[in-house]
Design a protein around this ligand. Sequence first.
Ligand code: SF4
Ligand code: SF4
Length: 134
Amino acid sequence: MPKKLKFDYKGSEFLDKIVKLSGEIITLCDQCGTCSAGCPFVEEMDITPSQIMRKVLIGDMEVMDSQTMWICASCFTCTVRCPRKLDVSKVSEALRQVKLRQAVDKMDISDISAEEAKRLPVIGLVSSFRKLTG
Ligand code: SF4
Ligand code: SF4
């Protein structure tokens, strides 16, 4: 039985897609780790922001199963600190777009009770649906 490959060798195609969607030249990332060190949400993430960059760069499709893209709050802390001026939040956004285009919704309106809908701020609901649905 052929061994399952960890990496998708169409990786460069995937990298091209994420570069196009994000507008970020991911190949510039030198894996300095500054983004991961400063991210206020890194403890909630299963892989760090710099690992996101690395996985996209080498075409490791496991990145698509990571929760990090959903947890990134686009706070831009990493962006202002990155020595290469890369915006990890745009890469996360591009990954979310790829996932959501597969008709995967991370949030279902029917899961919100009438009581919760009354209590939750409208701006929070609207931004959540923008971020988490296809
Ligand atoms: S701070 Fe910038 S260069 Fe350093 S690992 Fe993060 S994205 Fe790459
Ligand atoms: S933009 Fe995302 S990855 Fe960057 S520091 Fe903020 S939460 Fe972390």
